[in-house]
Design a protein around this ligand. Structure first.
Ligand code: GLN
Length: 476
């Protein structure tokens, strides 16, 4: 076992009985205990070891299958029956759900070992993992830099060799950005591909779960275990699972001009080299324009905050979640519980969302944002008339330092290359494509709805030609 062992390699080793699930689990548990990345909110060694032993018994009895015995971490937004699910918030500090998210249930059916629940921005609101009630997560590449957010715990855990793979969620970039900042691979599936049932809601028209791992090959394996139609999620798509055979065709790949502006020279050079790799693979790169890109960040923040304000109204201190110790009447119970339970960024989103949904402002903000959202989506659909895929940066640059922004809207700007894709509901992949000042950079591939197979094949081919995904943080 090594810190860089992939999910695919683990599956092979477990199937060949070269390694037991318990040995693999112990390997990661020791690494988790020894690091100060703060990547996990919960990790119960006894539970994980019991699950690993059960997997070993099954392997001995009937052989290996699926993800049997593979230790995987879940972002602390996925409900896990009887295991605390905090969403990075004081509001849910002691919440142990009485049921599993569909994603959790699917992974259990595949036989995985739950290593623990990873740290995240509170209610998945953030790009840096600094808003977690449980403290910031470190970037394994550099202590003073952020790991990206909101699935920063998951990405840092994979990059730091604390698990071979982890699940995250992406509402406006929360899988792709941390994957890029931590030098690992991340997939945001098509909206509807992965069930949202039991995944704590932030913005329901955008939220989508997906895998983070070292290689695209691993992402394919993990997606296979979690995807699929779910009658418990009304927006779940009834589409056949992602096919497994590689799509080797030479593709026409669009390069959206709006995404390649404003990058600093080092970043632009690195990304340029990545584009050349694609040409070397026989793909044809063509310029395209996605005209409404500039509107995506404001549109995303209006819509996601509006949806958040309604989703988070359920945390009233009555049924579950934090309840203030002192209050006078029902009004002050709500008020005090929410005042104490939510952090500043979450309150900012609830206030903004409530404002944009209120009478007199609804048309000016929420309704208008919905209309522009349609234009953003149409830009992509038009581009896909002539292109099989698009290639873009994930972010303006590599990971930034902690406390880098005083103005929250500066942080929001970090989502400018990821939010448009989320608004359009498209699948997108982030893969390592180079270093800038010793920190990893991510390249983003975007495909038409439900074309995960093409997207993953493209990423696999890129990783056969490059070894950026094999680079590790110093001292790993
Ligand atoms: N950074 C974005 C936000 O704060 C995206 C978060 C996400 O994708 N969950 O809303």
């Amino acid at each position: 076992m090594e810190a860089t062992t992939t999910v695919t390699a683990l599956v092979r080793a477990l199937a060949a009985r070269e390694l037991s699930a318990l040995e693999a689990t112990d390997f990661y548990l020791e690494r988790i205990a020894a690091t100060d990345l703060n990547a996990f909110i919960e990790s119960d060694a006894e539970r994980a070891r019991a699950e690993a032993r059960r997997a070993d018994d099954e392997i001995a009895a009937t052989g290996h299958r699926d993800l049997l015995g593979v230790p995987i971490a879940l972002k602390d937004i996925f409900c896990t029956n009887g295991v605390t699910t905090t969403c990075g918030s004081r509001m849910l500090e002691n919440f142990a759900p009485p049921y599993d998210a569909t994603v959790t249930a699917n992974l259990k059916r595949a036989g995985f070992v739950l290593l623990g629940k990873t740290n995240m921005d509170e209610f998945a609101m953030g790009s840096s993992n600094e808003t977690s009630y449980f403290g910031p997560v470190g970037n394994p590449w550099s202590a003073k830099h952020v790991p990206g957010g909101s699935s920063g715990g998951s990405a840092a855990a994979v990059a730091g060799g604390l698990c071979p793979g982890a699940l995250g969620t992406d509402t406006g970039g929360s899988i792709r950005l941390p994957a890029a900042f931590c030098g690992v691979s991340g997939l945001k599936p098509t909206y509807g591909r992965v069930s949202r049932y039991g995944m704590i809601a932030f913005a329901s028209s955008l939220d989508q779960g997906g895998p983070i791992a070292r290689t695209v090959e691993d992402l394919r394996l993990m997606l296979g275990a979690i995807e699929g139609f779910d009658p418990l999620d009304s927006t779940s798509a009834d589409r056949p699972a992602t096919a497994n055979e590689a799509d080797q065709r030479e593709l026409t790949i669009g390069v959206p001009e709006e995404y390649w502006q404003g990058l600093d020279a080092g970043v632009a050079n690195t990304l340029e080299n990545a584009r050349q790799v694609l040409e070397g693979l026989g793909h044809r790169l063509v310029p395209v324009s996605l005209k409404h890109t500039r509107a995506a960040v404001p549109v995303y923040y209006v819509i996601s905050s509006a949806e958040a304000s309604t989703n988070l109204s359920r945390y009233d201190g009555v049924r579950f979640g934090h309840r203030a110790a002192e209050y006078d009447d029902i009004e002050s119970l709500y008020h005090q519980s929410r005042t104490e339970g939510f952090g500043a960024e979450v309150k900012r989103r609830i206030l903004t969302g409530t404002y944009t949904l209120s009478v007199g402002y609804y048309d000016a903000y929420y309704d208008k944002a919905q209309r522009v959202r349609r234009l953003i989506r149409q830009d992509f659909l038009d581009a896909f008339e002539t292109c099989d895929a698009l290639v873009a940066p994930v972010s303006l640059g590599p990971a930034f330092e902690r406390n880098a922004f005083q103005d929250p809207t500066e942080m929001y700007r970090q989502d400018q290359f990821t939010a448009p894709v989320s608004l359009a509901g498209l699948p997108a992949l982030s893969v390592p494509c180079g270093l800038s000042d010793g920190l990893p950079l991510g390249l983003q591939f975007i495909c038409p709805h439900f074309e995960e197979n093409r997207l993953l094949s493209l990423g696999e081919a890129f990783q056969r030609e490059t070894d950026w995904h094999r680079q590790t943080p110093p001292n790993l």
